[in-house]
Design a protein around this ligand. Structure first.
Ligand code: ZN
Length: 469
């Protein structure tokens, strides 16, 4: 027997080494493949079942991770694409939710309540958009024996052509001013929607709709709308009224980056100046700036107006608009009203009808070239107007009630005293944005008027307000 044993020993060694080598290889493979590793450990511990099946959409599969243990029920569904980074992000989200659920179970196991059967489901909805985009909606519903189930939503927007996730920032061309407009729309929609108005917690709405990119990452392109989602109890005290906000795509078309736009933009869209509710008994003033645009001073005035959340009206000269269209675009973008102030600043009452028409129409064309829409009001240079001139003008003609004489004194410290001297409710104040002294003196005027309780509106808003008397 002894010799046989000795003879076989090298063979046994060889077999042992081979077995060890394959085991090592298997371990290395498990470590390398994330999913496989999770599957292996979870299978051992909790008898679950993970399967991945192809979907109706090319390149998109659905993974299901379901528990077979009646004491630990869960069923998780999530997408798998051809982008590894995307898949990893999704898997991280799902496994974090699962870990939190299992941890919650441990806590419950130590409590005395045996009647509770906690559960976790993650449902998946896949919504295609255009040819190659998909919105994935993962609804995480955890029941751990509380009063209610709580549903939380996670969404992913995926470009199946370029094999990558797309964020809302990318959808809006990374323009934070567009985010502000969208955030204001969503906030207003929530606060004014009758369906859930009563159950909203205003502070929560304000926090959840503050213009930060991370506040708006739960979205889906669905039919002709961009939909924003919120968790149960995020905005309301009850889960039966969890709101969603649907923003029509044709309304936000101008702020969507190329590739996400639709064929038509509605006439009234997200870049149109907002229509505000004015209080008939409120204090209002309309600031007007003539003879611009002027680089430097006009830009400074725009910043001062922003500081006080003031909307004003700019009466533009056509022969300047043609040189500085980007300043006019900025005036519009920041919510101010655009007026026509003729092409070359003549005394219109001294001109023939054809000349008046030319002054008005050339300017109108320059404004259209700059901002894609015409002026909504007209102011004649020097206030010189008669019935013949009026008949040539397609928009309301607006004069003023307080002249700051800023063109004459050219002194920043003179601006406020001139306003104070004649201030009255519903005043229309005349200033000129071509003067640096006006730009420099404006802050003190706005600070004073704000402290007196005035709100700053456009001349069209003022016309509408005073027409009601
Ligand atoms: Zn003028």
């Amino acid at each position: 027997m002894q010799p046989r044993k000795r003879r076989r020993k090298p063979i046994i060694d060889f077999v042992l080494i081979a077995v060890l080598a394959s085991l090592t290889a298997a371990v290395v493979l498990f470590v390398l493949a994330d999913t496989e590793k999770n599957t292996a450990t979870e299978k051992k511990e909790k008898a679950n079942h993970i399967s991945t099946e192809s979907s109706a959409f090319e390149g998109i599969s659905i993974t299901t991770d379901a528990s077979n243990n009646p004491n630990i029920p869960y069923a998780l569904h999530y997408p798998k694409t051809e982008d590894d980074a995307f898949n990893k992000e999704v898997r991280n989200y799902v496994s974090t939710a699962k870990k939190a659920y299992l941890k919650e179970l441990e806590t419950l196991a130590q409590s005395e309540d045996d009647d509770v059967i906690p559960s976790l489901t993650i449902d998946l909805e896949t919504v295609p958009f255009k040819d190659h985009y998909f919105s994935f909606l993962l609804t995480n519903t955890t029941y751990t024996g509380g009063i209610d189930e709580k549903a939380m939503i996670k969404t992913y927007f995926y470009d199946n052509m370029h094999k990558k996730r797309v964020t809302l920032a990318e959808v809006l061309g990374n323009d934070s001013s567009y985010l502000e407009k969208l955030a204001a729309y969503v906030q207003n929609d929530l606060l004014t929607n009758e369906e859930w108005q009563a159950s909203l917690i205003t502070d929560n709405v304000m926090r959840a709709t503050a213009p930060k990119w991370e506040n708006f990452e739960r979205f889906a392109f669905r039919d002709d709308t961009l939909v924003f989602y919120f968790d149960d109890y995020e905005l309301t005290a009850s889960a039966t009224t969890t709101p969603t906000v649907e923003v029509p795509l044709n309304f936000i078309n101008p702020i969507l980056a190329e590739g996400y736009q639709v064929d038509n933009t509605s006439a009234k869209n997200i870049l149109s100046p907002p229509v505000r509710e004015l209080d008939p008994n409120g204090k209002y003033v309309a600031l007007t700036f003539d003879d611009g645009p002027e680089p430097g001073s006009t830009e400074k005035i725009l910043d001062v107006l922003d500081k006080y959340d003031a909307k004003a009206t700019f009466f533009l000269l056509g022969n300047r608009v043609q040189y500085y269209p980007e300043i006019v675009q900025e005036e519009l973008k920041r919510g101010h009203e655009i007026g026509n102030h003729s092409w070359s600043h003549p005394v219109l009452t001294n001109l023939g009808i054809a000349q008046v028409q030319q002054e008005v129409n050339r300017t109108e064309e320059a404004i259209r070239n700059a901002i894609g829409q015409g002026a909504t009001v007209f102011r004649p240079p020097y206030g010189a107007v008669n019935d013949t001139v009026r008949a040539q003008i397609p928009t309301p003609v607006i004069l003023w009630s307080i002249d700051t004489l800023d063109w004459k004194h050219r002194n920043a410290s003179q601006l406020l005293p001139m306003v104070k001297k004649s201030m009255h409710n519903h005043a229309v104040i005349l200033m000129h944005d071509i003067h640096q002294s006006t730009a420099d003196g404006l802050d003190s005027v706005l600070a004073y008027l704000s402290s007196e309780g005035y709100e700053f509106i456009t001349v069209s808003e003022m016309e509408k307000l005073t027409a009601n008397y």
